[in-house]
Ligand binder design. Structure first.
Ligand code: ADP
Ligand code: MG
Length: 648
């Protein structure tokens, strides 16, 4: 003989321990055969729901044994119990337990998702079930748009979704008016006639009278068990959609969890926005700082590009930070001449500089006054727009002649007058303009300032009254490697000065220095921004923890209809990482907005964005979601289905 569908032998259920211990079931023996319609009746607190939960594998006995189809359940793990719930049971609750953000159709679909049934098949079945229960016109409605009786029908359809060989209904009519309750009972009777085994909990004797067997329970013990009619001998002949396709794979389940997470987020838009706020700000900060650092670096590099790749610049002192450099007076014209005599030097110019007010007519401006030799233009590869350079002769004679740059020309000769031959007043020294240089990127200092180029002898004699040099610029001969030239210069000058009281810069070195210093800055500011990201992550965790508590009922329901712990874990993890991913996207958008705002405001700061930075930002935010979402998700997955269901 086949084993009974359900057999409880000496089942105990104790809650708590010691003083506070409550025995809800006290050695219950109960056998239910397939096709029965059993009502379990008893006073409130007598243990009906506890018995029901144990039968439905939502709860475990603390003593005795429970077998389904002859199979003991004691040793099953939570996922195997979830599987039993999917394969054997359909639950109907007094308070329906529908998910408010889902339509009737989507609610009915849920159990099939966890059973691994493909979209088309489960949607078709859900629609047919709702149709059959008279809700064909309501499949798109949310639970809040349905009456109590209609909601309970939706929950019956959901219970039937996976076949429901055993339909467990805990006070299914408790929240319904008389007419809806009557409909519900008629429906349950009809299902029993079709072969579904029914276990119905009620405290209402008129409801119980509709069953074929009434089991009365009092203080955790069965006190009577009466059969009033024979059981249904029909066997449910319906063909269930087969689980399969790719949904039974991990990837398919992931896709489903993704969809559920999106729905949950869409249902709580404001909260979702607030959750991601910290991430948005954090990502915007990091992306902006990185873009700003890159912008600054590129700007400085563009400025020094004019130095030329094959020039060496020799300064007094030990480095740019050397405060005594101003007082080191050792770099001399003789040094420049000695260097000019070396085979590796293609051209050498000493440079001195100062600033002065320059006047022409009634125009007055502040200008940078460079004293250079005739070779300067050769060293720098400067090109004339107009006129000519001064000669070595002018240098020797301290001539008061000047070559001006494009900025100086536009400032001093705003009306397009011919500057060549004009006499301008630099400080109070009149100088004749010889030529106008084409605009040139380069050198330090701002390229917006007017620049004037005079023989260095004239600048020393008439402006500085001092023979020391600001620097010596040397263009290395084409065939000589830079390193070798730099070494030779160092050796020569060290020999001449008997000490190394100078330092040499070339474009490569400056490039390196600038890059490394902007990288350091970017790293520093970014690490502060990363802290704000972590704070954002903690915010996500907090809100998710609250969210899990708030959605306990939903989690319990999902478990009751067969969700594994991993399904729940996945759902919440995906929600957390999706929220953070979206936060990352918005943060990047915000950073782009900030850059555009700066640009339109005419700021000289430029933001240089890189796709790489975006990718890293998105990866980081998603990772933060996964990390900080883990704790809440684990809490959700570890919830006990019974406790979760009863908390509302
Ligand atoms: P019924 O459904 O018949 O009203 P229950 O099965 O819900 O009764 O409860 C039976 C007894 O077990 C009651 O005394 C109740 O207080 C107790 N009980 C039920 N669930 C818990 C629980 N999770 N923790 C402690 N006691 C519980
Ligand atoms: Mg109860």
């Amino acid at each position: 003989m086949a084993p009974p569908l359900i057999r409880l032998s000496g089942v105990r259920r104790d809650f708590g321990t010691g003083e506070a211990a409550v025995t809800a079931l006290d050695g219950t023996d109960l056998v239910i055969e397939a096709g029965e319609m059993v009502a379990i009746v008893g006073a409130s607190g007598s243990g009906k729901s506890t018995l029901m939960n144990i039968i439905g594998c939502l709860d475990r006995p603390t003593g005795g044994s429970y077998e389904i189809d002859g199979r003991p359940t004691a040793s099953l793990d939570p996922d195997e119990l979830a599987r039993l719930r999917r394969e054997y049971f359909g639950f109907v609750f007094q308070r329906y337990h529908l998910l408010p953000e889902l339509s009737a159709l989507a609610n009915v679909e849920v159990p099939a998702i966890y059973a691994g049934v493909e979209v088309e098949a489960r949607r078709g079945r859900a629609a047919r079930l709702l149709e059959r229960l008279g809700l064909g016109a309501r499949i798109g409605h949310r639970p809040s748009e349905l009456s109590g009786g209609q909601q309970q029908r939706v929950s019956i359809a959901r219970a039937l979704m996976n076949g429901a060989r055993i339909l467990l209904a805990d006070e299914p009519t408790g929240a319904l008016d008389k007419a809806s309750g009557e409909d519900m009972l008629a429906l349950i009777e009809e299902l029993n006639r079709e072969g579904h085994t029914i276990v119905l909990v009620t405290h209402d004797m008129s409801v119980a009278a509709r069953a074929h067997r009434i089991v009365e329970i009092s203080d955790g013990r069965i006190v009577s068990d009466r059969r009033t009619a024979p059981r249904s001998t029909a066997t449910p002949g319906e063909v269930l959609p087969k689980p399969g396709g790719w949904l039974s794979s991990g990837l398919g389940r992931l896709r489903e969890a993704f969809g559920m997470a999106l729905k949950a987020m869409a249902a709580r838009k404001l909260r979702t926005m607030l959750t991601m706020l910290g991430i948005v700000i954090g990502i915007a900060a990091v992306v902006s700082v990185v873009a700003l650092g890159e912008g600054a670096r590129q700007r400085v590099l563009a400025n020094i590009a004019g130095l030329g790749t094959n020039t060496l610049e020799i300064f007094p002192g030990t480095g740019f930070g050397d405060r005594r450099a101003d007082r080191v007076r050792t770099l001399t014209v003789q040094d420049a001449e000695a260097l000019a005599g070396q085979p590796y030097a293609a051209a050498v110019t000493p440079t001195v500089s100062t600033s002065a007010t320059v006047r022409f007519g009634n125009v007055e401006a502040n200008a940078l006054v460079n004293g250079v030799s005739a070779a300067y233009f050769d060293v720098r590869g400067s090109i004339l727009a107009q006129g000519s350079f001064f000669t070595q002769d002018d240098v020797a004679r301290l001539s008061q002649v000047v070559v001006i740059d494009e900025n100086a020309r536009s400032v001093l000769f705003p009306n397009g007058e011919n500057p060549i031959g004009a006499v301008i007043l630099i400080g109070n020294v009149p100088c004749r303009v010889l030529g106008v240089m084409q605009p040139q990127q380069g050198g330090f200092g701002s390229s917006q300032n007017p620049q004037l180029f005079l023989p260095y002898t004239a600048v020393q004699g008439r402006f500085l009254g001092d023979l020391s040099l600001r620097s010596i610029t040397l263009r290395v001969a084409d065939e000589v490697p830079m390193d070798a030239a730099q070494e030779a210069v160092t050796e020569l000058l060290t020999y001449r000065h008997r000490t190394q009281d100078f330092f040499i810069f070339n474009q490569g070195a400056i490039r390196e220095a600038v890059t490394s210093s902007t990288e350091t800055m970017t790293l520093m500011i970014s690490s502060i921004a990363v802290i704000s990201l972590l704070v954002g992550g903690i915010g996500v965790m907090n809100i998710m923890l609250v969210s899990v508590v708030e959605r306990t009922g939903e989690i319990g329901l999902r478990m009751a209809v067969g969700a594994r712990r991993s399904d729940i874990l996945q759902q919440f993890l995906i929600e957390a990482s999706l929220v953070c991913f979206l936060g990352g996207l918005l943060g990047i958008g915000l950073a782009l907005g900030i850059g555009t705002a700066f640009k339109t405001a005419g700021a000289s700061i430029t933001f240089v964005y890189s796709g790489e930075a975006f990718a890293v930002a998105l990866a980081c935010s998603t990772l933060i979601g996964l990390t900080f979402g883990f704790l809440p998700a684990r809490n959700a997955a570890r919830l006990d289905p019974v406790a979760a269901l009863s908390r509302d």
